[in-house]
Design a protein around this ligand. Structure first.
Ligand SMILES: Nc1nc2c(ncn2[C@@H]2O[C@H](COP(=O)(O)OP(=O)(O)OP(=O)(O)O)[C@@H](O)[C@H]2O)c(=O)[nH]1
Ligand SMILES: [Mg+2]
Length: 223
């Protein structure tokens, strides 16, 4: 079959922008829609043609390929977070997008990141020793996203958002708070892939979001 799937679990504390990112991926104008707190696990789908495909010669299957993005949107509220375990056990995905919000407490978000670590391990096996063993061989994609980078530098809403070196620098500094937790993931999942993106789910041009799935595609299909 020509088309391929990319399945992602989207996690992060409440209000970090998970639903906004997914709505944007689906092509909605998130500036006007706004989003309510997610209470249930929602499965969202969108078939997209990635821009890298356009660079392929016409005789390459890649030039004609579409990617079906299946995104599992989870509630971030800590009281609802146990649903993450249920979701990860039920919907086996290729990777997780873990979103962070520079405007929220680092401490609270670190706990959310630790929860994603523990619940993902639970999804491999509820017995901790077995889960650790499985984790050593698990090929998964852990992608950490610093969202809302527009907040680092308020820009005119009328102008297209531009990622400056200054914004990037601030986003890198912010992510550094999470380095010890991210290292823990790397130690536990040595066969897995790790990535980082900095973006604004609301303001980044679509091609930046598209890039997010490009990265996942390369990880998954090496093309
Ligand atoms: N400035 C800015 N605000 C954003 C961005 N992305 C999302 N938001 C806002 O953040 C708020 C929360 O977004 P949601 O997408 O509902 O967050 P969520 O992670 O789905 O939250 P839960 O469903 O409760 O887990 C909304 O008011 C969004 O408009 C962004 O890139 N920049
Ligand atoms: Mg939501």
């Amino acid at each position: 079959m020509l088309d391929r799937d990319i399945r992602v679990t989207v996690l992060g504390n409440t209000g970090v922008g998970k639903t906004t990112l997914i709505n944007r991926m689906k092509g909605s104008d998130v500036k006007t829609i706004g989003s309510k707190k997610t209470l249930e696990i929602n499965i969202e789908e969108k078939k997209i043609k990635l821009r890298s495909s356009e660079k392929c010669p016409w005789y390459s299957p890649e030039a004609h390929r579409k990617y079906r993005i299946i995104a599992i949107d989870n509630p971030g509220d800590y009281k609802l977070r146990r649903k993450w375990r249920e979701a990860m056990r039920k919907f086996k995905t290729d990777g997780m997008l873990f979103l962070l919000d520079p405007d929220q407490s680092v401490e609270v978000q670190r706990v959310a990141m630790e929860d994603s670590y523990n619940y993902f391990l639970d999804s491999l096996d509820l017995k901790p020793e077995k889960a650790d063993k499985k984790a050593a061989h698990t090929k998964y994609i852990f992608h950490f996203v610093v969202n809302k980078v527009d907040l680092f530098s308020p820009q005119s809403i009328d102008k297209p958002f531009k990622m400056s070196a200054k914004i990037k620098e601030k986003a890198v500094d912010f992510l550094a708070h999470f380095a010890p937790t991210m290292d823990e993931f790397k130690n536990t999942f040595p066969q897995s892939k790790f990535g980082i993106s900095y973006l604004s789910a609301i303001h980044s041009p679509y091609k930046s979001l598209d890039k997010l799935f490009e990265i996942l595609k390369v990880y998954l299909y090496q093309t």
